[in-house]
Design a protein around this ligand. Sequence first.
Ligand code: NAD
Length: 352
Amino acid sequence: MHPFTYTGLPARVVFGQGTISQLPDEVAALGISRALVLTTPGQAKQGHQVSDLLAGVSAGVFSEAAMHTPSDVTDAAMAAFADRNADGIVSIGGGSTIGLGKAIALRNDAPQVVVPTSYAGSEMTPILGQTENGKKTTQRTLRVLPETVIYDVDFTLTLPAQMTFTSGMNAIAHAVEALYAEQTNPVLSMMAEDGIAKMVDALNRVQAAPQDIGVRSDALYGAWLCAVCLGSGGIALHHKLCHVLGGSFGLPHAETHTIVLPHALAYNAPVIPQAMDALKRATGTATPAGALYDIARNGGVPTALRDIGMPQDGIDRAIAFTLENPYFNPRALERNALTELLTNAWHGTRPE
Ligand code: NAD
């Protein structure tokens, strides 16, 4: 018997195709009478579509969401929120847009309805990362957890091919670490295994059929399960390395996850037999780390840190930062083994 603690987070989830039509009802159910619609500049068109659907309940579109939730963008969004007498938020987009909605909610506790369009998973977590004066800080508070999430597969059909893979691998990473994190428990492990299986299967089929609703809905469903793992579970070495590489070397979020995951998994593999059994079932292979690497390579996305701007002489520094303030990890952090891990990730060597 393994004792465990499980924390479920409150969230209402509407899942399907065409579910955006339920947005006005979901907004009303939260008591929102004027919703500010948030997007990035690139998704402003989708924002206006959603704003039109809300008709008189829309407080217009704020389309300046940006990577890493810069505080000046949040300030501008807060001003728009006040000027337009908004009392709620509708975020439509990936992790950057959802981050902006969370940053507003942190400041004024506005209710949020989120329509995720990538697989990054921020919608299911009480986590917010913000950047001020070039410094990113992350906090965990239920105040930023979105109240309602509408997954509408139609909005994922426009996800570019490369981002489909990197964002999908980002999702898988959340679930992989939930299998062996300190807070691991059988309920999350069940979600993690199914989430990974759905996403792996979808990524293996999506190139041939990027507009297939069945494939895209498997990916989105998998992304949801993986997001629950990030929100309620724990993280370990993989996420630590990605935070160091993103924070100290400015490497892009989803690409970094994609490259590091197979190597971080290979590092931990010898000490996580139960998690490896789950991953063998989920990937349908005897070598899950290699299988994850193959998905990225077959998807045509970067598999080497050197290809996304990591300097080779930064490896030692990255390891020093990792060891300075380590996260829990099932295998002890050994400098030489970590150097081998990051060197392999830098070259893009396929792990077993
Ligand atoms: P993103 O939100 O930055 O999106 C990248 C680009 O893709 C943007 O221009 C966006 O508008 C566009 N895009 C997104 N979905 C699209 C679609 N369906 N069609 C066309 N274009 C689309 O990238 P992301 O990977 O979703 O999120 C990454 C950010 O989210 C990072 O800053 C990361 O730190 C954060 N994040 C936070 C959490 C959390 O729990 N707080 C979890 C995961 C990621």
